[in-house]
Design a protein around this ligand. Structure first.
Ligand SMILES: NC(=O)c1ccc[n+]([C@@H]2O[C@H](COP(=O)([O-])OP(=O)(O)OC[C@H]3O[C@@H](n4cnc5c(N)ncnc54)[C@H](O)[C@@H]3O)[C@@H](O)[C@H]2O)c1
Length: 261
């Protein structure tokens, strides 16, 4: 995928990995970028606009868990940009003590943003097709016992995105869907970690596990996400670890056919 002249949307683009993805998409030459986030990060947004004066940067303060709000946001983006080519859904939270909110933001938010975007991107509704990249995590693949709620939302994102990444759907929509699963990354997400886990009595183990984790930078993860977008491999799932992207081969376990007797 060539980024130059394309219109992109990034959710969760005010901080952490999403901010780095936004920055790198602008550097790669997208014509217009919409950042959807709950929080303002005025200082960073001023810097982004100053560094890219000829590109349009639209900032929308919106909760991805708010389905109607997200639909209205995409309507506004489509009206302003004319078309949408790239969506990177990064927004997410960690708080296993708040199950409802974790489901609504992590899984609901990805679904809200993906489904709202696809109706403007799909070729069978006058769009140009494009690519939607959804943010999961390595813990959506390998269970990490201390974070079951977060892990379950991340596992759900993989399944949701792989379903849409079916080539039959692509033939109609012209939209490719990919999932990224970064390993531990240095951001604010896991601050006050032990206050947000379900079973604090496991916190000794928790600290040991966290200490052992090799944390990569948000900039490196964003760089990998841009290369994933460039590969345009519909339905693909990638682990992002230590500046590398590792494509996963996920075997089909169920064929839907009766075994021969
Ligand atoms: N940090 C890691 O180790 C790691 C590893 C794998 C995957 N991830 C995933 O990467 C994504 C980004 O995480 P991060 O580490 O950069 O965290 P972060 O907390 O630094 O950034 C998350 C961004 O999402 C925004 N956000 C949160 N809830 C939102 C909502 N309801 N609506 C709109 N925006 C919202 C925040 O305001 C923030 O700007 C998350 O989905 C996270 O699960 C993180």
């Amino acid at each position: 995928m060539a980024f130059r002249g394309k219109n992109a949307v990034v959710t969760g683009g005010a901080g952490g990995i999403g901010l780095q993805v936004s920055r790198q998409l602008l550097v790669a030459g997208v014509a217009r970028l919409a950042i959807i986030d709950l929080q303002d990060n005025l200082e960073e947004f001023v810097k982004l606009r100053a560094a890219h004066p000829t590109q349009s940067v639209m900032i929308i303060k919106m909760d991805v868990a708010n389905k109607k709000g997200i639909e209205a946001t995409y309507e506004e983006v489509k009206k302003t940009f004319g078309s949408i080519d790239i969506v990177v859904n990064v927004a997410g939270i960690f708080n296993d003590k708040d199950v409802q909110r974790t489901l609504l933001v992590n899984l609901g938010g990805i679904m809200n943003s993906t489904l709202a975007a696809l109706q403007y991107m799909t070729k069978d509704n006058g769009g140009n097709g494009g690519i939607i990249c959804n943010m999961s995590s390595v813990v959506g693949l390998d269970p990490m016992f201390i974070i079951p709620v977060y892990g379950a939302t991340k596992a759900g994102i993989i399944n949701f995105t792989r379903c849409l990444g079916n080539d039959k759907f692509y033939q109609r929509s012209g939209i490719r869907f990919v999932t990224v699963c970064p390993g531990a990354t240095m951001t604010d997400m896991f601050t006050n970690f032990t206050e947000k886990i379900l079973f604090p009595e496991t916190s000794d183990d928790t600290y040991k596990i966290l200490d052992r984790l090799n944390k990569q930078s948000a900039t490196d993860v964003a760089r990998c996400i841009l290369s994933v977008l460039e590969k345009e491999k519909n339905g693909a799932v990638y682990v992002i670890e230590g500046k590398r992207i590792v494509p996963l081969e996920i075997k089909q376990l169920w064929t839907g056919k009766e075994p021969a007797h």
